[in-house]
Design a protein around this ligand. Structure first.
Ligand SMILES: Nc1ncnc2c1ncn2[C@@H]1O[C@H](COP(=O)(O)OP(=O)(O)OP(=O)(O)O)[C@@H](O)[C@H]1O
Ligand SMILES: O=c1ccn([C@@H]2O[C@H](COP(=O)(O)O)[C@@H](O)[C@H]2O)c(=O)[nH]1
Ligand SMILES: [Mg+2]
Length: 210
């Protein structure tokens, strides 16, 4: 069942009012746990659109937006950008896309993000895909990612881990209490992680007995 997102569309369009039903899966996990990597696989196999909140924020910096400098400073410090900025970017991306199934990667990052997104858009996630990975493995991956990200240095990585533990894990606990978390052991090789991910997205009726 999709969720009606009138609010998202109203804000993005100014006064226009359109109904769009969307299904949203939040993809959460620590920095470097493999969210982006697995989202690409999910897109390919299951037809979702991938919206990485971090990628949207980085694109906003590049676009020369008035919020660009603030966002850049927050990312360098591993801090969480104010909800209204991130939510607007997500709303716009949902509204501009013809698809009705979205993976929202790396958001919500704290309780305030979660509550604000729910109240502004009316969207509740179908479920939360949670990539569980030990810190030392995530650190190793981030330090060898080589994508030129300003926050992939040991000083910022440590700050990101702290924010993750203190602010983001409580969001996962919130959804756990609602029975919505699908936890994946993300410390394994990419293909093995994807096998577990596939099992989550494949309807029971389509699963072939082993
Ligand atoms: N299961 C895996 N085993 C080994 N390396 C992996 C695995 N999954 C992803 N990687 C690699 O680790 C790095 C981080 O992966 P990715 O960018 O997908 O993580 P992320 O969770 O999106 O990180 P961030 O939160 O910083 O955006 C990449 O270089 C990726 O190729
Ligand atoms: O909802 C969000 C998502 C991201 N940020 C900031 O961006 C960086 C990088 O995020 P990635 O998910 O690793 O791409 C993150 O450390 C935050 O500074 C945010 O503020 N809010
Ligand atoms: Mg990512």
């Amino acid at each position: 069942m999709g969720t009606v997102v009138d609010a998202a569309i109203k804000v993005a369009n100014g006064s226009a009012h359109t109904n769009k039903k969307v299904t949203v899966v939040f993809v959460l996990g620590g920095p470097g746990s493999g969210k982006g990597t697995q989202c690409s696989n999910i897109v390919e196999h299951f037809g979702y659109t991938h919206l990485s909140a971090g990628d949207l924020l980085r694109a906003e910096i590049k676009s020369g937006s008035e919020n660009g400098t603030m966002i850049q400073n927050m990312i360098k410090e591993g801090k969480i950008v104010p909800s209204e900025v991130t939510i607007k970017l997500l709303q716009r991306a949902i509204q501009e896309n013809g698809n009705d199934k979205f993976l929202i990667d790396g958001f919500p990052r704290n309780e305030e993000n979660r509550a604000a997104f729910e109240s502004v858009t009316g969207i509740e996630p179908e479920f939360v895909l949670f990539f569980d990975c030990p810190e030392e493995e995530m650190e190793k991956r981030l330090l060898s990612r080589n994508q030129g990200r300003e926050d992939d240095n040991i000083e910022t990585i440590r700050k990101r881990f702290k924010v993750y533990m203190e602010s983001s894990l409580p969001v996962i606990d919130y959804y756990k209490a609602k029975g919505k978390v699908r936890k994946i052991d993300a410390a394994r090789p990419i293909e093995e992680v994807f096998k577990a991910v596939k099992a989550v997205f494949t309807p029971e009726s389509e699963k072939v007995a082993a």
